[in-house]
Each structure stands twice: as structure tokens, then as C-alpha cells.
Ligand binder design. Structure first.
Ligand code: FE
Ligand code: MN
Length: 331
């Protein structure tokens, strides 16, 4: 049995499990369930409407991130449903992909909710992937990187194609979800730490928690495929993967500077670039490639945000966790 190209895999027969990690990620995803309208936006609306609460730099940063994420989320959903799902035939991995697709729908919903609440011009926000070069470059890079898997005639038969598939998975999971989302996360959470736009900040926190699972699944997928097909993990391919990630880091740094040219209270703009380097090294390690940057984490509070979100909500008595935690206890 193997993850791709197994003639013995029946896509409908999930038990016994071949890949318990896929099932675990699914359960973790379900345990993290949330929807954007559970988060009140009243304070954000007041801050956004007042001309004193936010500086121009902060407004720009919020808009840039809404502009990038609003369309990046549907790009990701399309990747999963239209490309990855058809090639990964293992049933427990498919179950996870369906969960991930739902979470991407929740994220898309979040940006609709944010635009509606703040009364932003949807025409402006939803065309930023075209009108803002630093956003357009990131999207174009991912679309270009993942061309083979979107080709209708593409199959994963043979080492050359398996290698292409792993290449594209690195594009989706490591670069798009694992790198291109993270300068934005750091900016929005930095703003939240200064008690600005805390509703949107909290939504970004939830999204980041989901994305860290997507990334974990993606890396397990990549690592399993390459272990099952060791011939594709050549030195040449490894260096190619490192180069792809380095180029992505450059694009993400350009984006970070463009979204936040002057930095925000206490955070110098170049800190976001350092954070991107730090994140890139973590991603490289995750798929067993050598680190490139050796940069220290300038924002240690970022990792706490992923871990603490759930506990914090528990104490704030938000219903999300109660519902999912208690739904199976019928007495
Ligand atoms: Fe997402
Ligand atoms: Mn995702």
C-alpha cells in the first residue's frame, strides 16, 4: 500500500488505517472548529471609523493583509479540491483534505465578514491580487509553481511525475500556506497586541491555528511520498526545492515591506523580514532540508499565539470549544 499510485488502494475503505497521522490531523482540525461570526467586531468597527485610533501605516497594513488573504484562501481551496484530491487516493488523507477544504471555506467566509463589518469596498479588496504588485507576485509564483498538477492530463505515474507532484505540494503547502501567510499573521497579531483591531486579530489567530495544521498535514504528505519513492529525492531536486523556498522568502520580504514600510509601534519593518527567514528555516527542517538563514525568532510570542488560542477562549467562555468538546457526551 502507498500514498499515491497504489493499485491496491480502495478509496472507500478507510479502515484499517494506513496513515494514522492523517486521521490525527483530521481530529485536531475538528477539535479546533470555529466560525468568524462568533467573534465580535464592534470595537474594530469603531476603531476603523474613527480617524484617531489607527495611523495610516496601520490602515495600510490591515488593507494589504485583507487584500492578500481574501483571494489567497480561495486559491488554496481550489488547489486542494481540484488538484491534490484527485491524486491522493488514500482514504484517510482524503478525509483530511475534505476537512481542510471546509476550513478554507471558513477562512473565505472570515474575509467576507471582515469586509462587511468594516464597510470596505469589495471591489478594492478583492482586486488587490491584481492591482498590488507585491501581492500579485506571490500569487503568480504559486500558480506558476503548481502548473503540472493542474494539467488535466497529469498523472503521478513514474518517478519524474512523482517528483513533479512533490514539487507542487511544496508550492501549495510549504510556500503558500507555510510562508506566504506568515508575514501577514505576524503583522495582524502585532497590531492585536497593541489592542488595535482585536476582532480581526483574533480571527487571524484562529486562521493561523488552522494553517499550522494544514502545514503539518502537508509536510507529512510530502515526507511520506518521498519515503515511499526515494528515487525522487535526489540532490538536484533537494537544491531545487531550497532555491524555490529562498525565492519565496524574497517575495514575502518584498510583500512585508510594502504592507508595512515604516514598521508599527515598537516593531521595525525589518523584523518582519527576519521573521520570514526564521519561519523558512523551520519549514526547511520540517521536510528534512538544510536550514538557510539561521535567523533567531524576533517574535517568540507568535508561537504562543498558536498554542494558547484555544485555552484562552475556554476561559473567556466562548462557546466554540464547549460545543465541540461536549458534542459526544450524551449521558
Ligand atoms: Fe486557509
Ligand atoms: Mn489552509
Amino acid at each position: 500500500m502507498s500514498l499515491i499510485n497504489s493499485s491496491r488502494t480502495d478509496p472507500n475503505k478507510i479502515l484499517p488505517l494506513t496513515y494514522p497521522w492523517a486521521r490525527r490531523h483530521y481530529k485536531d482540525g475538528v477539535a479546533n472548529n470555529w466560525t468568524p461570526d462568533e467573534i465580535p467586531m464592534q470595537d474594530d468597527i469603531e476603531q476603523w471609523k474613527s480617524d484617531k485610533a489607527l495611523s495610516d501605516t496601520e490602515r495600510r497594513l490591515v488593507k494589504w493583509n485583507l487584500g492578500f488573504f481574501s483571494t489567497a484562501e480561495s486559491l488554496t481551496a481550489n488547489n486542494i479540491v481540484l488538484a491534490v484530491y484527485s491524486h491522493v487516493t488514500n482514504p484517510e488523507c482524503r478525509q483530511y483534505l475534505l476537512r481542510q477544504a471546509y476550513e478554507e471555506a471558513v477562512h473565505t467566509d472570515t474575509f467576507i465578514y471582515c469586509c462587511d463589518s468594516l464597510g470596505l469596498d469589495p471591489e478594492e479588496i478583492y482586486t488587490m491580487y491584481n492591482t498590488i504588485p507585491s501581492i500579485r507576485e506571490k500569487d503568480a509564483y504559486v500558480v506558476d509553481l503548481t502548473r503540472s498538477v493542474f494539467d488535466r492530463n497529469f498523472t503521478t505515474e513514474g518517478d519524474a511525475n512523482v517528483q513533479k507532484f512533490v514539487h507542487d505540494l511544496i508550492g501549495y503547502y510549504v510556500i503558500m500556506e507555510g510562508l506566504f501567510f506568515y508575514a501577514g499573521f505576524a503583522m495582524m497579531l502585532a497590531l492585536k497586541r497593541q489592542h488595535k483591531m482585536v476582532g480581526i486579530g483574533e480571527q487571524f489567530e484562529y486562521i493561523m491555528r488552522d494553517e499550522s495544521l494544514h502545514l503539518a498535514f502537508g509536510c507529512d504528505l510530502i515526507n511520506t511520498i518521498r519515503r515511499e519513492n526515494p528515487a525522487v529525492w535526489t540532490d538536484a531536486f533537494k537544491s531545487e526545492a531550497v532555491e524555490l523556498i529562498k525565492k519565496a522568502v524574497d517575495l514575502e520580504k518584498i510583500y512585508a515591506r510594502d504592507a508595512c514600510p515604516e514598521g508599527i509601534l515598537g516593531i521595525n519593518a525589518s523584523k518582519f523580514a527576519e521573521y520570514v527567514e526564521y519561519i523558512a528555516d523551520r519549514r526547511l527542517e520540517r521536510i528534512e532540508l538544510p536550514k538557510v538563514y539561521h535567523t533567531e525568532n524576533p517574535f517568540p510570542w507568535m508561537s504562543q499565539s498558536v498554542d494558547l488560542a484555544k485555552e484562552k477562549n475556554f476561559f473567556e467562555t466562548r462557546v466554540t470549544e464547549y460545543q465541540t468538546g461536549g458534542s459526544l457526551e450524551w449521558d
